[in-house]
Design a protein around this ligand. Structure first.
Ligand code: GLN
Length: 224
């Protein structure tokens, strides 16, 4: 851990490891030269600069967070300065308001509507230019995704499409309703690492769209 004036600074990113797409986030962080920490219990949060809450099933993840005593611990670490990024189900867990449902961590002032594109079979891929992240168009994978339908003060929109918002950030959080970890795109993980004050491998060493990405990912097989 690096030190500034005798104080140890957090230098790791954690990935919540209760359910969902954990390993794909871990691999993307490793491609950027980072050394992620699996978070299964509150003790694993100590010394983290940031935490990724992966996609999965938000009701299940919310219950597991409570069972493992991680909900209060995450809120506490966030208030102490740990950054947080929620992808898809993770975005739902971070939202202050869920249309027709109960909020979980409520760390970001947004309203989300779950399963807004239909069933799992209505999952889809797309591309978008997000100038804050990259000069090239980035691939987006939406899997039974929510829509962000309202954004409060202090929350900046990174990507709006048609009738919904797909990516936002606040000073402490990044929220994406899609799954960058299921694409060859490293731009979101690099952006989050920098938000956490870390130094991931830069674009001259690993491109935003990594040609070395293992294309045997299950998304390729399904061609969604
Ligand atoms: N539909 C899921 C939910 O509402 C989220 C899906 C995902 O994370 N890909 O929890």
């Amino acid at each position: 851990m690096p030190k500034r004036a005798g104080i140890s600074l957090p230098d790791r990113i954690g990935v919540l490891d209760l359910q969902g797409g954990v390993v794909e986030h871990v691999r993307h962080l490793e491609r950027l030269g980072l050394c992620p920490v699996l978070v299964k219990e509150p003790e694993n949060l100590s010394g983290l600069a940031g935490l990724i809450i992966p996609g999965g099933e938000s009701t299940c993840l919310g219950r597991l967070l409570t069972i493992f005593g991680l909900d209060e611990a995450i809120i506490d670490q966030y208030r102490r300065g740990m950054k947080i990024w929620g992808t898809c189900a993770g975005a739902i867990l971070l939202a202050a308001k869920i249309t027709g449902g109960d909020h979980c961590l409520a760390l970001v002032d947004i309203e989300v509507a779950r399963n807004s594109f239909g069933s799992q079979l209505d999952s889809f891929t797309d591309y978008a230019l997000i100038p804050e992240l990259s000069p090239v168009r980035l691939p987006l994978t939406f899997i039974r995704a929510p829509k962000i339908i309202k954004v409060g003060p202090g929350v900046r929109v990174l990507l709006a499409k048609d009738d919904f918002i797909a990516a936002v950030e606040s000073d402490g959080a990044l929220v994406t309703t899609f799954h960058p970890e299921l694409t060859p795109c490293l731009a979101f993980h690099r952006y989050f690492a920098r938000k956490c004050g870390l130094k991931p491998l830069d674009e001259t060493i690993v491109a935003d769209i990594d040609p070395a990405w293992d294309s045997t990912s299950w998304t390729d097989h399904l061609r969604i």
